[in-house]
Design a protein around this ligand. Structure first.
Ligand code: PLP
Length: 384
């Protein structure tokens, strides 16, 4: 059977690392997981209880394409609680994860051949999904001084029909302040391009609350998810917020592409939004883990790092240690039993000299992982 050329996307390297780690575990090794971008915690108890109850007397058939009205209403309320933004629930679209949201949003907003500006390093699937939809990701090499976020000056002379940012970002955990975000939105809107803001790590912030693009403009597409703050990765549930004028088109696409997001996950997500005590507990763990990483990574010889503003990643410059982060990550897995993600996933140009460490898992794992990393570097003579 033939294959399409637009479907010939790159693998998501972290998934390959996860597979290598799984094979090592199958062979009886104990692996510390610093590669995965997901919480080690389950969905909040309230969510699991709500679903258990629903399973008794609810057939959990299709929902309407845009999602359960109660969930859309509850998500709209979050914008009031978190950002003091009064959001019409009609503008909320429930999606199968933010990944489903990307497919919907990109299909609704862009035509084949359209160009979308993105900062590198960045979440790899943006560019692969775009490619599979015949869109052109235009990757902008961001500056370390700008904390690896795009700046309007990066875009001068570049033609684009869309711009996409993430704050807090993956892999760096850096955030855009209000004025920097507003400057990007202004530049994008001045060109008549569509602005997309991936806000999946909102809620996981350390010093300051993240700014939502909706605090700045209504004419943006916000993408969010229950995967991270709400600890529901495998449930495949997220949402979009769109301008009113784009809703009907998105609804028609959602009806045809997905019919609806998983009903069971919608029931659980609605209840998860009231689990603030449990979710605050998860945040305490991330906070402690972050501090351990900021102290322990430099001690282990990974000293070219910046404190993340949010999410649960540290992006380290290891260009003085290797120019092949993939091979280096493989050695760390084999010799130290710690799975980490090569930067090539996030930045094909400079990622040969970077690694991403995730601290989303249990604190004991973080302590053990740091000790193993230190041992690895010492054994290689890279630490004196
Ligand atoms: C920045 C970013 N956006 C989107 C996603 C996809 O998340 P999901 O489809 O689980 O909502 C991820 C997953 O790691 C991510 O890091």
């Amino acid at each position: 059977m033939r294959n399409s050329s637009r479907g010939a996307v790159d693998p998501f390297i972290v998934m390959d690392v996860m597979e290598a780690a799984r094979q090592a575990e199958d062979a009886g090794r104990h692996i510390i997981h610093m590669e995965v971008g997901q919480p080690g915690t389950p969905a909040p108890a309230l969510a699991r209880d709500a679903l258990a109850e629903a399973m008794r007397d609810n057939p959990l058939g299709y929902t309407v394409a845009l999602g359960l009205p109660a969930l859309r209403k509850r998500i709209a309320r979050l914008y009031g609680d978190w950002y003091n933004v009064d959001l019409d629930p009609a503008r909320v679209v429930v999606t199968p994860g933010s990944s489903g949201g990307f497919i919907l949003a990109f299909s609704a907003l862009f035509d084949a051949g359209d160009r979308i500006a993105l900062g590198a390093p960045g979440y790899p699937s943006y560019r692969q999904i775009m490619k599979s939809l015949d869109l052109v990701p235009v990757e902008v090499q961001t500056r370390a001084e700008a904390r690896f976020q795009m700046e309007p000056s990066d875009l001068s002379g570049i033609d684009y029909q869309g711009m996409m940012v993430a704050s807090p970002a993956n892999p760096t955990g850096t955030m855009l302040g209000r004025s920097d975000l507003a400057a990007l939105i202004d530049a994008c809107q001045a060109k008549g391009a569509a602005f997309l803001s991936d806000e999946i790590y909102h809620g996981i912030e350390y010093e300051h609350k993240a700014v939502s693009a909706l605090q700045i403009s209504d004419d943006v597409c916000v993408i969010n998810s229950f995967s991270k703050y709400f600890s529901m990765t495998g449930w495949r549930i997220g949402w979009l917020v769109l301008p009113e004028a784009n809703l009907r088109q998105v609804e028609r696409l959602a009806q045809n592409m997905f019919i609806c997001a998983p009903h069971a996950a919608q029931v659980a997500a609605l209840a998860a939004m009231d689990a603030s005590e449990e979710l605050d507990g998860n945040m305490q763990v991330y906070r402690e883990n972050r501090q351990l990483m900021l102290d322990g990574l430099p001690k282990a010889g990974f000293d070219r790092i910046a404190p993340p503003d949010g999410a649960f990643y540290v992006y380290a410059d290891v260009s003085h240690l290797t120019d092949d982060s993939r091979a280096f990550a493989k050695d760390i897995l084999e010799e130290a039993g710690v799975a980490v993600t090569p930067g090539l996933d996030f930045d094909p140009v400079r990622g040969g000299g970077t690694l991403r460490f995730s601290y989303a898992r249990a604190t004991e794992d973080i302590r053990e992982g740091l000790a193993r990393l230190e041992g690895f570097m010492r054994a290689r003579g890279l630490l004196v």
